[in-house]
Ligand binder design. Structure first.
Ligand code: IPE
Ligand code: IPE
Ligand code: MG
Length: 258
């Protein structure tokens, strides 16, 4: 972007914030979402759970658009947890096939929007074809810098931290880490799937439950948490604006006194 284009984009963003009643000087950098409630959304309508997941994908499309509109740099969404393998085989098969369809059908549009896609989690457990699609989607969108969307897939924080510890131990044995004293918070962060990504400012769980279900436990140490009743398929731009508004009213102290 040229300096002029940059300034124009900045003033457009300023207009959008003003129109939404938001503070342009306090833009969250990273929003993380536990997209929960697809099944209940469908059940309420006497529909199969799979239709809830389809509507959930619509909500993700909307949310991605809104995050681009509001100049958010990172959006991390919980797509499939390390515990979701406990679900019926049929639902897992649907989710994996659906994910493939989404990647194949939407990557063009996502790329055009300037969105960089990353899939974070233990991808080795996914089928080869899905792994290949993920690698291609990541490669195609690697240089996009409007927004980075992290699809957290076969992701669990405990698994992530255990893998980081193993990797650190290996690097100590191989002398890539000189001394145990070099192991600190920054070093450990660098061994997580989220290496290089700033911690979430905003952490949302939809669907009415008050738990974190193994999502970004390390990274959310000082995130602002929002547990909202809306079922994920009903989440929209107005809800996002509302969350950003509440975020901007919060006093983040990070343990200090200011
Ligand atoms: C979240 O919705 C999506 C995934 C876990 C894939 P759920 O499928 O958990 O929906 P509920 O919580 O049963 O309503
Ligand atoms: C968390 O939701 C996982 C995703 C949204 C992908 P779950 O529905 O799996 O969480 P629990 O089982 O209610 O804790
Ligand atoms: Mg759920």
């Amino acid at each position: 972007m040229t300096i002029k284009e940059n300034a124009e984009a900045g003033s457009l963003l300023q207009e959008i914030y003003k129109e939404a009643g938001l503070d342009f000087l306090n833009i969250p950098k990273h929003i993380a979402i536990i997209m929960d409630g697809n099944g209940r959304w469908a059940k309420k309508r006497l529909m199969p759970r799979s239709l809830g997941h389809r509507e959930g994908a619509e909500a993700l499309r909307r949310t991605l658009k809104s995050c681009v509109e509001f100049g958010i740099h990172y959006l991390s969404v919980y797509v499939f947890s390390t515990e979701n393998w406990k679900r019926p085989r049929k639902e897992i098969a649907f989710l994996m096939a659906f994910l493939k369809d989404i990647i194949i059908n939407e990557i063009q549009e996502i790329d055009k929007e300037g969105v960089c896609v990353r899939c974070l989690g233990d991808l080795s457990a996914l089928d080869d074809n899905l792994q290949k699609l993920i690698r291609e989607a990541e490669a195609k969108t690697r240089d996009n810098d409007i927004l980075q969307m992290n699809l957290m897939l076969n992701y669990g924080s405990r698994d992530e931290i255990v893998k980081a510890c193993r990797h650190i131990a290996e690097d100590v044995v191989e002398k890539k880490i000189d001394s145990i004293d070099d192991i600190n918070e920054d070093l450990l962060s660098g061994y997580l799937f989220t290496n290089g990504i700033p911690d979430p400012d905003i952490y949302i769980r939809t669907g009415g439950d008050y738990r974190m279900s193994n999502y970004l436990l390390w990274q959310s140490a000082y995130s602002e948490l929002f547990f909202i009743d809306t079922l994920w398929p009903d989440f929209n731009r107005a809800e996002l604006i509302n969350v950003i508004k509440m975020f901007q009213k919060r006093d983040r102290r990070f343990g200090g006194l200011v």
